[in-house]
Design a binder for this molecule. Structure first.
Ligand code: ADP
Ligand code: ZN
Length: 802
């Protein structure tokens, strides 16, 4: 028997191995195996099995690592599709998508040995020997080589081995495996055994009464010691068996809201009926649910899920990572059987994910909720996938396998003949285009629930403010007046600050020196509260300096507005108000976000200052004023989607206000008051925005009228990077010419973030309509130019051009 194995290596092919007779009955597609590869051993997945093989010198499988397969041939078709589309090796794709822990590998371990009497090590040998001797239990050979700083450390270690001064042994790293526990039961003869001591009797009684019990629980319940247990086992009165334990993530939430039975309005009913119909006929149905903010989309999703579960199907419910809040989870767990729900996101331990994965495959789970990676959950009988806030950028993974979970949700539904509902108040342009062109069904919720009006939006021209005040104020007169008024009415305020690029930066007022990160091509940001300056791309930080390092001047100027600076400004302007900041700094601690949200709910906060974090899905009923400090950074991003992203961001922030009974008001500050993204935000008119945006896309042949594949190059060596990029560009253009120039090459050019964590970065875009040809070109370029010095990441349908 032979198996084809996909290994986690950057090569787009599988390798054939022979299965020895004793392992043949266990060999199955979807299981992990341990196989020799080069001089090492590695882990891979079985992707096919055959009885013959026409290769010579086929190596043999060492071990099969799983008791049950982690995927089947149907799943494999989907993974293969992903690997092909995103131009990523199958083995690496599987390693990325299937939770199987860190790879089992073999490695070399070096331990001290008693020195022979005549040993006379050289000075280099002595250096290595001292290192080894400082680790009495030994250390990994690779760690030794790294720590020694000697170029030929490996050779010296071998020479020490020959001299008998150290031992080098082969070891294997542990693999992720199932966890078991010991279950104790009574042996049949023990039931009427009479000669038991007073300490033994309670154990037997307990088991008689309660049946098989886990060892530690039994000992705790009967106050038994290990000695007593051992004795009973020796007497043959007890039996021991191993049972699998399923590791779980906690679903508990401190923000339990009671489950209310809600009567849907007519629009919601119609949308729900359609979705239920789509899940019932065993065919593929993609749909857009376009509903304004607060129109009750979530309620529709939950009822659709309820319908699917009732009819024996299963469902996946994706939300943006940041929206996976206690509020949402409590809304869901209060409604469905918690034992059959799996929550999947990046914060969940790999061992839990591994157990969840197998439970899902076994059919023990019927609803999976989670961030983008939850899409891959191998649910049998999948009938419905919901992608909430489908426009959200967090569905896109930007490194390794650069997939888009929203796009893959549609593909997965197609493979599974299921319904896929993409929901948003501000759908991505491509999604809406697909609905317009009838590729997707188009469901609409045009009204807010309870007929709450949409908030009134005012746009403040900051140019006029600058002229009036001589400099640009953080808060315009209009916003200050509105805050005052709202505080007087004892209502709540949300101030939104788009953190990206809108932080503070520091400049020396005398010589113009810019405080920048030594590892990244970005300015350092000041963090007043901790008296530090920090880089937001790597973890570099230093004490905020009183003097300029270049001219020793003391006039360090702080430009821009960060959340902290805004918070201080508010404290000065509104001394009595309770102000709270919600950003990645204040929500780093566990439960801190919940605390802020609960304080808000209990009206302990008057003004909430927040970043992106507040735009996602939270429901703040008592907020009546929303202020956007600046719409401009987002508009000025070097990205053809800048207008789309700005419109989405502003509409989402605006939608946080006026959800309760009081009408909402929104004030947006900008230097571009005439921009169409702002104009249509103001009139709450997605469709007019779409009409203008789609014309722009069409005129410049941007997606959805073309496709883009971005090749990102990075290296610590700038000259080699530039050389490689130049060659890549030349060859790309030659390839395009050969294909009749139907595909356009843009770049290569330095990325807007030209250096991050010491890596220089460049990019080159392939743009055109012939997807297949573009894929071929990208794969060919990648294969020929990626080296160990220059890393190339292929990003198909990129979202991020920084
Ligand atoms: P969306 O997801 O469209 O922004 P939600 O589903 O979160 O809106 O609904 C907003 C609020 O309105 C929630 O508190 C929800 O419980 C409530 N709600 C939804 N549908 C109805 C309805 N038909 N009647 C009354 N309240 C509703
Ligand atoms: Zn940095």
């Amino acid at each position: 028997m032979f198996v084809s194995i996909a290994l986690n290596i950057p090569a787009d092919k599988c390798f054939t191995y022979e299965v020895p007779a004793n392992l043949q009955s266990a060999a199955q597609i979807g299981k992990r195996v341990f196989v020799p590869f080069g001089r090492r051993k590695r882990t891979g997945f079985i992707v096919s099995i055959s009885t013959s093989c026409n290769l010579d010198n086929v190596k043999t499988v060492n071990a099969i690592l799983d008791e049950e397969p982690l995927f089947d041939t149907k799943d494999l078709k989907f993974y293969q599709w992903i690997a092909d589309y995103f131009i990523y090796p199958l083995g690496k794709t599987l390693a990325e998508l299937i939770p199987s822990g860190s790879e089992k590998k073999d490695f070399q371990w070096i331990v001290p040995a008693p020195a022979p009497a005549d040993a006379a090590p050289t000075s280099a040998q002595k250096k290595i020997l001292d290192l080894v001797n400082s680790h009495p239990r030994g250390l990994a050979l690779n760690d030794l080589i790294r720590q020694s700083d000697l170029k030929n450390a490996a050779l010296i270690a071998r020479s020490l081995q020959i001299a008998g001064l150290v031992r080098i042994v082969a070891k294997e790293s542990k693999q992720l495996a199932i966890r078991t526990q010991k279950i104790i039961d009574l042996e049949a003869t023990a039931r009427d055994h009479t000669k038991l001591t007073s300490r033994q009797q309670p154990i037997v009684d307990y088991l008689k009464h309660s049946g098989p019990t886990e060892l530690h629980a039994l000992m705790a319940a009967t106050n038994a010691t290990s000695a007593i247990m051992k004795k009973l086992l020796e007497k043959g009165l007890l039996t021991v068996s191993d049972a699998e334990v399923i590791r779980k993530a906690s679903l508990r939430s401190t923000l339990d809201r009671p489950f209310q039975d809600i009567a849907l309005n007519d629009e919601q009913k119609k949308a729900l009926e359609n979705i239920c119909r789509f899940t019932g006929d065993g065919a593929f149905h993609p749909a857009l649910l376009h509903g304004v903010t607060g129109s009750g989309k979530t309620e529709v999703y939950l009822m659709a899920i309820e319908h699917v579960l009732k009819t024996g199907g299963t469902a996946i419910y994706l939300v943006p990572e940041i929206a996976l809040t206690p509020q949402l989870i409590s809304r869901i767990t209060g409604r469905f059987d918690g034992d059959k729900i799996a929550v999947i996101h990046s914060g969940i331990a790999e061992s839990v994910r591994y157990d969840q994965w197998r439970q899902i495959r076994r059919g023990r789970i019927n609803l999976v909720i989670g961030a983008r990676s939850a899409l891959f959950a191998p649910l049998p009988d999948l009938k419905l996938i919901i992608v909430d806030e489908e426009h959200d950028a967090s569905y896109k993974q930007d490194d390794r396998l650069c997939y888009h979970a929203r796009d893959l949700a549609v593909v997965k539904a197609k493979f599974a003949n299921a319904a896929c509902v993409l929901g948003s108040a501000t759908p991505g342009i491509r999604t809406f285009y697909n609905a317009r062109t009838k590729k997707y069904a188009h469901l609409e919720l045009t009204k807010r629930v309870n007929d709450n009006p949409m908030p009134r939006i005012d746009i403040v021209d900051m140019k006029a403010q600058k002229e009036m005040h001589g400099k640009t104020p953080i808060l315009s007169d209009a916003l200050i007046a509105a805050i005052k008024e709202t505080l007087n009415k004892k209502e709540q305020i949300l101030l939104f600050l788009n953190k990206r690029g809108f932080d503070t930066f520091l400049v020396c007022g005398d010589c113009g020196y810019n405080f920048h990160c030594p590892n990244c091509a970005v300015a350092l940001k000041s963090h007043l509260a901790e008296n530090l300056v920090k880089c937001h791309y790597c973890d570099y930080s230093q004490k905020a300096m009183p003097l300029c390092p270049k001219c020793r001047g003391s006039r360090i100027l702080n430009y821009g507005t960060g959340t902290q600076k805004l918070e201080r400004e508010l404290e000065t302007l509104f001394p009595g108000a309770h102000i709270c900041r919600m950003d990645s700094d204040t929500t780093a601690g566990k439960g801190s976000q919940e605390k802020i949200l609960s304080a808000l709910e209990h009206k302990e906060i008057d003004i909430l200052v927040g970043t992106q974090m507040v735009t996602k899905g939270h429901d703040f009923p008592a907020i009546t004023l929303v202020g956007v400090i600046s719409a401009d950074t987002s508009l000025n991003m070097p990205d053809f989607r800048a207008s789309e992203k700005t419109f989405q961001m502003l509409t989402q922030v605006a939608g946080r206000g006026g959800r309760g009974d009081a009408a909402g008001r929104v004030i947006i500050q900008t230097f571009n008051p005439q921009h169409y993204a702002l104009k249509h935000t103001r009139s709450h008119n997605y469709k007019s925005f779409y009409e203008e945006e789609i014309e722009f896309r069409k005129a410049l042949t941007y997606p959805p009228f073309s496709q883009i594949i971005n090749l990102r190059l990075s290296s610590t060596k700038q000259t080699i990077l530039a050389q490689t990029a130049e060659e890549l560009g030349r060859e790309a253009r030659a390839l395009c010419m050969r294909h009749g120039n139907t595909v356009e090459i843009i770049g290569p050019a330095e990325s807007p973030l030209a250096k991050i964590r010491g890596e220089h970065r460049m990019q080159m875009m392939i743009k055109g309509k012939d997807s297949r040809m573009m894929h071929q070109i990208a794969a060919k370029l990648m294969g020929e130019h990626a080296t160990s010095t220059v890393k190339i990441t292929i990003d198909v349908d990129p979202e991020n051009f920084m």
